[in-house]
Design a protein around this ligand. Structure first.
Ligand code: KIV
Length: 263
């Protein structure tokens, strides 16, 4: 993906979009080498990388720090940065300033905001400022306390209607794509069909226009993964074995060997 038109083109041409949420130089570099379409610097960084219970404490400066590292690792990849909790909710003016700060200081390509109708005017103004916006509906982790936990959204008729309405309003407000998180597959399919902009799903079945997974989740680095995650490799197990082997070899005087020693 070079620009937001490529996202629309991908949907028109029925080409699935791949997105990985990640936060560091080295993982971004691997994503670019693997040909991943776009990278999200997600505010999940707070939970995954910093061990927080929610994404709420993550700050703009932390997002920018991680986004700059990702940009250095993946200079040719389309990078989207999450606007963290309370960087866009208080006022439209503050939201536009903060979106601009993220763009200027991280050299990313777009920002992502969680929410629907309640943030539509904010999205509109950010887009008018020339900043591409990705939407995010369904399970919106910044509202975890209001939602009563991390649970699947859109199971009742009312929730379903609200998510559909939110997606429509976001498209009218000018988003170039929408993340659908933790919603039933048939709801994701319905939204994907009526929107012109592509949907990127996580825990939303396989009828969306693209899929996003968190790098650390798919690499099996975390102890447990939710149902929707496919662990493509058991990274934690591999790292654990390597670290145990290093520890044993150092203690037994095996490492460093001749081949790792300067003469
Ligand atoms: O913060 C994040 O990583 C996200 C994705 C899970 C969509 O928002």
């Amino acid at each position: 993906m070079k620009n937001i038109q490529d996202f629309l083109l991908a949907k028109e041409e029925k080409k699935k979009i791949t997105m990985i949420s990640t936060y560091e130089y080295w993982s971004a570099k691997i994503c670019e080498e693997a040909g991943i379409d776009c990278i999200l610097v997600g505010d999940s960084v707070g939970m995954v990388d910093a061990g927080l219970k929610t994404t709420l404490p993550v700050t703009i400066d932390e997002m920018i720090y991680h986004a700059r590292a990702v940009r250095r690792g993946a200079p040719n990849t389309f990078v989207i940065v999450d606007m963290p909790f309370m960087s866009y909710q208080a006022s439209i003016e503050e939201a536009v300033r903060n979106a601009g700060k993220i763009m200027k200081e991280s050299c990313c390509n777009a920002v992502k905001l969680e929410g629907g109708e309640e943030i539509a005017k904010t999205v509109e103004k950010i887009v008018l400022a020339g900043i591409p916006v990705m939407g995010h509906v369904g399970l919106t982790p910044q509202s975890v306390h209001a939602l009563g936990g991390y649970r699947v959204q859109g199971k009742t008729h009312e929730e379903r209607k609200r998510i559909i309405k939110d997606a429509k309003i976001l498209e009218q407000a000018g988003v170039f794509a929408i993340v659908l998180e933790a919603v039933p597959s048939d709801l994701a399919e319905e939204i994907t069909e009526f929107l012109d902009v592509p949907t990127i799903g996580i825990g939303a079945g396989n009828k969306t226009n693209g899929q996003v997974l968190v790098f650390h989740d798919m690499m099996g680095l975390l102890d447990k993964s939710p149902k929707f995650v496919k662990r493509y490799v058991e990274g934690k197990k591999i790292f654990l074995e390597a670290l145990k082997q290093f520890s044993n070899e150092v203690k037994e005087g095996i490492f460093p060997g001749e081949e790792h020693t300067y003469k």
